[in-house]
Design a binder for this molecule. Sequence first.
Ligand SMILES: [Zn+2]
Length: 234
Amino acid sequence: MATHDIPKVSSSAEEYLLTLYRLETSGERAGSSQLAKMFGVKAPSVTGMLRRLSERGWVRYQRYRPPELTEEGRRVAVYLIRRHRLLETFLVRFLDYSWDEVHDEVQMLEHTVSDRLLHRIDHKLGQPSYDPHGDPIPDEHGNMPDHTLVPLTRLEEGSAGQVGRVDNRSRHLLSVIGEIGAYPGASVTRLRGTNNGKLSVRVDRREMQIDGEVARLIWVKPNTNSLGSTVGAI
Ligand SMILES: [Zn+2]
């Protein structure tokens, strides 16, 4: 299905769709009181929003049951992800934004971008499959590129791989990851030995010790010889 006929979505509705999508793809579900806690709002405002989303046919929602995205709701969420990630890619590649400042900028920008502009950006970029953080960009039919990644903390000692994506939830840690050079595409080896929660790693040619907190945000595509042993741990 094409992504162009997406109707206007308010930014708070967007936040709900994206959150539900994220929960769903990680195999979790949250009821309205958990959602209220996540968004820092009161329960009635969550139920009000869920009711509006269900009227639009995007969410299946019954009282006392965790809400679920409908097929259509999922399609809208995937479109929103595509728009966000394409804009981030554009800002980094053409406007020299650093990858830790781009997210906030895109959050301000994304609600006003037309489909026509997005289409042009996609083509200018050569229809990329990954954003600067290495997150997959759904194509215009809503298909996600495939990949099998594990957090660096789950890579076995002695195994190597390539950085596939970096979790961008902390701006501070993102700049640490930038300093050690663990950008998507960098090769990384988990060396033997862990002490005080620090992992020994080699990123490209540099050996170093990094905090587990940082390593958990670095997602690695293990080299094929080590894939068999790590894939079960996902
Ligand atoms: Zn972002």
